[in-house]
Design a protein around this ligand. Structure first.
Ligand code: ADP
Length: 505
């Protein structure tokens, strides 16, 4: 079947009267149509088989095969073609019958050009609207097919991800899982969606996190920390969860991405054990070397020439550096193995700070610095924590203040109550730190290197240790610093130790 898709509609006039054919042809051409004519029904039907006609003007009363029959065949074989019947006054009933048979309109004979124009115009408009509607339907079908293809493509990607993915709705019901998720949790691969999250994941902390996110507690999701939990078979999963937001930033649910971190944890543990073992083995011989070197060299130093004295004091400094590195590494491995905060007890912060300050005062005095401790008038509450961890925290911060402050500088340690916590600030008027390094100094082995700090020995492990210990104790650290003006490291210590269930968030 041929249809006219162009802008010039093709019209066929079927009439045995030459006058009607020619008259109609003239009018239709002026209306911008391409016109074909036939003087009987057979000829008309033949043309329709060959040409993409959209509209037929059909005389009902013709010799041979009559108009009604032609109309029937057009309806059967070319249902899309509109037919306008032309009929004499005497056959108006036939015209009505023709309309019932599916003719679009009729026009009585004889007719004025305007009458024909109006009827044909209406038919062409109807054809145009039909074409438009068909086009829209086709486009809609295509868009739906595209969407469907896109959906199944996304689905395939999610299914083939090596990480587990689970999506919940705002009520916390699971609406999507992938095979990796089901495998990680040891669930049957055909487990359907639709149940609450705790039917899939047996970890309370994870389910609480997902429920909180699903119910919109974390629209500003920068504060959502990765959550690690154990599953059967001594395996560990790390979950990165986020809210699924709608167009108006409303929370539609949560999506969690789960990575199996068992191998990584095993490696980490082995590494920590190795470092702990090696540093432990190194510490006592090193300390012995250092002490014995000091004893032997005390006498030798006085008689030794200037050059040798310099070399000897460098060697001493290096062994002291090594001892402190070994100490730092031991602290780090204690933090990594989770061995911090095991021996908690109530600690009086003023006494602890007094001891550290008086111990480090000798170092400050060697640099002609003033090191002061200011305590509040009212008594500070005792902090329940591991005293070794607290010593390490403040020892590191005060030692740093001494190290990174020039001769004659001022270091002030202040302790006070801050709500339900104890706040300790270590302030110096030393070299300071540029703003761009303030985050970096808490990374392992990171040291700011500039003209002033280049010759100060250190490992870059002090602040990561401080941060690690504070994390374990549920405390916080803040730093404010300006180059050449000084730095203030402020520590907030909770009075009670961090409880296990507050760990995930
Ligand atoms: P280390 O002191 O062994 O280098 P840290 O982790 O304690 O390692 O400190 C990291 C870096 O932070 C130091 O190298 C130093 O550049 C900077 N820093 C730490 N404390 C201060 C301070 N009070 N003033 C200026 N810079 C500091």
């Amino acid at each position: 079947m041929k249809t006219d898709t162009g802008d010039t509609p093709k019209v066929l006039v079927v009439d045995d009267e030459a006058g009607i054919r020619e008259g109609s042809e003239r009018i239709l051409k002026r209306m911008g149509c391409r016109v074909l004519t036939a003087c009987n029904g057979h000829e008309g039907l033949d043309i329709l088989d060959r040409e993409p006609v959209v509209l037929v003007l059909l005389d009902l009363k013709m010799p041979g095969i009559d108009g009604m029959e032609v109309l029937q065949r057009i309806r059967d074989r070319h249902a899309h073609i509109l037919v306008i019947v032309i009929t004499g006054f005497a056959t108006i009933e036939t015209a009505i019958e023709a309309m019932k048979q599916g003719a679009y309109d009729f026009i009585p004979k004889p007719f004025e050009p305007d009458q024909l124009r109006i009827v044909v115009d209406r038919a062409l408009e109807k054809l145009r609207l039909t074409r438009e509607a068909e086009k829209l339907t086709r486009e809609r079908a295509m868009t739906l097919a595209d969407l469907d293809r896109e959906k199944s493509r996304t689905r395939t990607i999610i299914e083939s991800l090596p990480n587990g993915v689970v999506v919940t709705n705002a009520q916390g019901q699971v609406v999507l899982t992938n095979p990796a998720f089901l495998a990680e949790l040891g669930l049957p691969l055909d487990k359907p969606t639709g149940s609450m999250i705790h039917e899939y994941v047996p970890d309370e902390g994870f389910c609480k996190l997902v429920m909180d996110i699903s119910q919109g507690c974390h629209i500003d999701f920068d504060d959502i920390r990765p959550y690690e939990f154990g599953v059967s078979g001594n395996r560990y999963l790390m979950a990165y969860a986020k809210p699924v937001l709608g167009e108006r930033n409303e929370c539609l649910g949560a999506v969690a991405n789960l990575t199996d971190v068992t191998a990584w944890k095993v490696l980490e543990r082995l590494k920590s054990e190795f470092v702990a073992q090696v540093t432990h083995e190194l510490r006592s011989p090193l300390a012995t070397i250092h002490e014995q070197l000091a004893l032997v060299l005390k006498d030798v130093m006085e008689q030794a020439p200037q050059k040798d004295r310099h070399l000897i004091s460098r060697a001493q400094e290096k062994t002291r550096g090594l001892i402190s590195t070994v100490g730092d590494l031991l602290d780090l491995s204690r933090i990594e193995s989770g061995n911090v905060g095991r021996e908690v007890k109530p600690v009086a912060i003023p006494t602890l700070l007094e001891n550290i300050v008086s111990f480090l005062n000798a170092r400050a005095q060697a640099k002609a610095q003033t090191l002061t401790l200011t305590l509040p008038d009212q008594p500070l509450p005792e902090v329940t924590a591991d005293p070794m961890a607290l010593e390490s925290i403040f020892g590191n911060l005060i030692a740093n203040a001494i190290n990174y402050t020039p001769e004659g500088g001022r270091i002030e340690v202040r302790a006070e109550i801050a709500g339900g916590a104890v706040r300790v600030a270590v302030q110096d008027n030393g070299f300071g730190i540029e703003a761009k390094y303030l985050d970096k100094i808490f990374e392992s082995f990171y040291r700011v290197k500039n003209d002033k700090t280049r010759f100060i020995t250190g490992t870059g492990l002090g602040l990561p240790i401080v941060k690690g210990l504070l994390d374990a104790l549920g405390g916080k650290i803040f730093v404010e610093s300006k180059p050449n003006q000084g730095s203030t490291f402020t520590v907030l210590l909770p009075v009670r130790p961090a409880s296990a269930e507050s760990a995930p968030m």
